[in-house]
Design a protein around this ligand. Structure first.
Ligand code: PLP
Length: 234
């Protein structure tokens, strides 16, 4: 294997070990935490190296980049997660390609996904993105918006809402990140009574390269890791 491909595969295995260790230290089973290998920093060739090493699902934050990779024959077996912002004009093209959209943050976007799913004849799986850091530059619903939205989920029968997603504050260090993650978990627990029958928000997508261990301690079921995988590659 050429050297960058070897490096990314080694990094992937190291991240898997760290996830397993963090889960164990939190008294959780490692199988409860799924790694989303974020491939937005690398080309199709290095993405293929990751996929062949067992990294799946893969995450992209920009719809166009996801589309590009999703049509690569070498990446046919990849299951794609869209982790970044989705504009409504990109919904119809994106919905059939992805297993999970992490970033639903408005009714209008939800409605567009519901319509696209209806055309495709199958339910779309999504997470609701919540702004737990109070950072105005971040996407995501406020706690109040989330509560209102959660009571309206029956309006979107073609969308299965599987859980919540957040990004922690960037500058506060790990203690602030931990608090943001705990907030997401608490919001999820508080919503339990307001959900339509059959909906359980079992997934918590939280934790990135520099804070995934804190996220696992706070109950993450999906961690989205990119830059740790490319460490040592220019
Ligand atoms: C890029 C990105 C990640 C991965 O971040 P790293 O710090 O590189 O691990 C996770 N989530 C979202 C939404 C992203 O855009």
């Amino acid at each position: 294997m050429p050297q960058p491909a070897q490096t990314i595969v080694d990094n992937f295995h190291r991240v898997q070990e760290r996830i397993a260790r963090a889960a164990e230290q939190a008294g959780r089973d490692a199988s409860e935490v799924q790694l989303i290998a974020v491939t937005k920093y690398v080309d199709a060739e290095l993405t293929e190296a990751l996929l062949n090493a067992g990294a799946n699902p893969l995450g992209e934050s920009r719809p166009q980049q996801l589309w590009e990779k999703a049509k690569c024959p070498t990446l046919r077996t990849a299951k794609w997660h869209l982790i970044g912002h989705l504009q409504r004009n990109k919904v119809r093209r994106t919905v059939p390609m992805v297993e999970l959209i992490h970033s639903v943050d408005s009714r209008r976007l939800m409605k567009a996904i519901d319509e696209a799913a209806s055309e495709g004849g199958k339910r779309s799986r999504v997470l609701l993105e919540v702004n737990t850091s109070g950072d105005a530059a971040k996407h995501g619903l406020t706690a109040d918006e989330l509560q209102e939205f959660a009571s309206q989920l029956a309006d979107f029968p073609r969308v299965e809402v599987c859980g919540l997603m957040t990004m922690a504050a960037r500058d506060g260090g790990t203690s602030v990140a931990s608090r943001n993650f705990a907030t997401l978990r608490e919001l999820r627990d508080q919503l339990a009574d307001d959900l339509p029958a059959g909906t359980t928000l079992s997934e918590l997508s939280m934790g990135m390269s520099h804070d995934f261990e804190e996220a696992i301690r706070e109950g993450a079921t999906l961690v989205r890791i990119g830059s740790l995988l490319t460490a040592g590659i220019d």
